[in-house]
Design a protein around this ligand. Structure first.
Ligand SMILES: *Cc1c(COP(=O)(O)O)cnc(C)c1O
Length: 361
């Protein structure tokens, strides 16, 4: 048996062990089908069960109302940076963007190719160490929508409560914290997420979209870039990423069995709390994010010098902790502890960090 290490990767990221075990059991032949999930048609009865089951379980897990479409697309969250404005911004229209990190900036760049983008708030001057307060956000009541990033994967910040967009539809890039805590889907016009951080292996992109927004898509959009195509065809207009959807279905079942979003939220708060408590208790480790913006998913921290950071990461890797190197725009370290990341792994990292401080501090 190959040993699993503790995988702190920001994405693609750790998946629940029971999910991997079930996928492994089914890999040669799905029960009652005699073929692998990798080999079956997306038009087969079995795959119908898989995709409809995933949708139904997602509705249960997050109480997604009936007037919301659930779409399983491709192209990553990055394609949504374009599809959102192409579909939701009317000709000559404008949209508000709240900029809280590198991914928000990329979303702005694509939206600017489609229409007028207003930066409603940005925390770039503070190297994105926090998300803005409501009173710093200047919203335009005429905007087609307000776009924000719920969790900033690179900087390790997360909104504790969503920006209030009034009657303007709120569009959320939730790629790195989707279904990590309780959520009220009815507050949003559209939520999207590349699935490879908290939901599934790479290859599928989730879009949850309020029905009335479908009417906004202009005539003449490329067929594959029009949300209506995928809504009408129930995500089966063309071949969807069958395997990734199947695994997402298993992850959703796992989330429900673990107690749903309330239980997951509690667990995520405890896991992140262990790391932030250590960071707060010492001068050796310094968090990048400000306290009231700290992410439960990506914990970013620095050590006293870059040399010590290099040594820390190299010794951590040897000790079985993978993926702790921070993104170059923040430097230092980042522990990504998504839903599937086990508490024992956080406790083991904590012991390692304390020992490292004792011997190098
Ligand atoms: C990873 C990430 C993306 C990019 O996702 P892709 O699926 O690789 O395009 C976008 N937004 C956020 C917040 C992310 O964490």
């Amino acid at each position: 048996m190959t040993e699993r290490v503790y995988n702190f990767s920001a994405g693609p990221a750790v998946l629940p062990v029971p999910v991997l075990e079930e996928a492994q059991r089914d890999l040669l032949a799905l029960p009652g089908v005699g073929m692998s999930i990798l080999e079956i048609s997306h038009r087969s009865k079995k795959f119908d069960e898989v995709i409809l089951g995933a949708e139904a379980d997602m509705r249960t897990l997050a109480s997604i109302p009936d007037n919301y479409q659930i779409l399983f697309l491709q192209g990553g969250a990055s394609l949504q940076f374009s599809m959102v404005p192409m579909n939701l911004m009317p000709a000559g229209g404008k949209a508000d963007y709240i900029v809280t990190g590198s991914w928000s900036k990329k979303a702005v760049k694509e939206a600017q190719k489609v229409g007028e983008v207003r930066i409603a708030a940005t925390t770039e001057p503070e190297n994105f160490a926090r998300v803005p307060h409501q009173d710093e956000i200047a919203l335009d009541a005429e905007a087609a929508y307000v776009h924000f990033t719920t969790n900033n994967t690179i900087f390790g910040t997360e909104w504790k409560s969503d920006p209030d967009a009034g009657d303007v539809p709120l569009v959320a890039d939730a790629s790195s914290d989707i279904f990590s805590r309780r959520t009220d889907v009815s507050r949003y016009g559209l939520i999207y997420a590349g699935a490879q951080k908290n939901l599934a292996p790479a290859g599928v992109t989730l879009v949850i979209l309020r029905d009335d927004l479908l009417a906004r898509s202009p005539e003449g959009l490329p067929t594959m870039l029009d949300y209506n195509t995928h809504a009408k065809a129930k995500s089966l207009y063309n071949t969807p990423p069958v395997f990734a959807i199947y695994v997402m279905g298993l992850v959703l079942k796992w989330l429900i069995a673990e107690g749903g979003l309330e239980a997951i939220e509690r667990r995520n708060e405890e896991k992140a709390g262990l790391l932030y408590d250590l960071i707060d208790s010492t001068e050796f480790y310094r968090g990048h994010a400000e306290r009231d913006s700290r992410s439960l998913m990506n914990v970013t921290f620095r050590l006293p010098s870059e040399d010590l950071e290099k040594q820390f990461i190299s010794e951590a890797t040897k000790a079985g902790f993978d993926g702790l190197k921070g993104h170059r725009s923040v430097g230092g370290c980042r522990a990504s502890i998504y839903n599937a990341f086990p508490r024992e792994g956080v406790e083991a990292l904590l012991s390692f960090m304390k020992e490292f401080e004792r011997t190098h501090g």
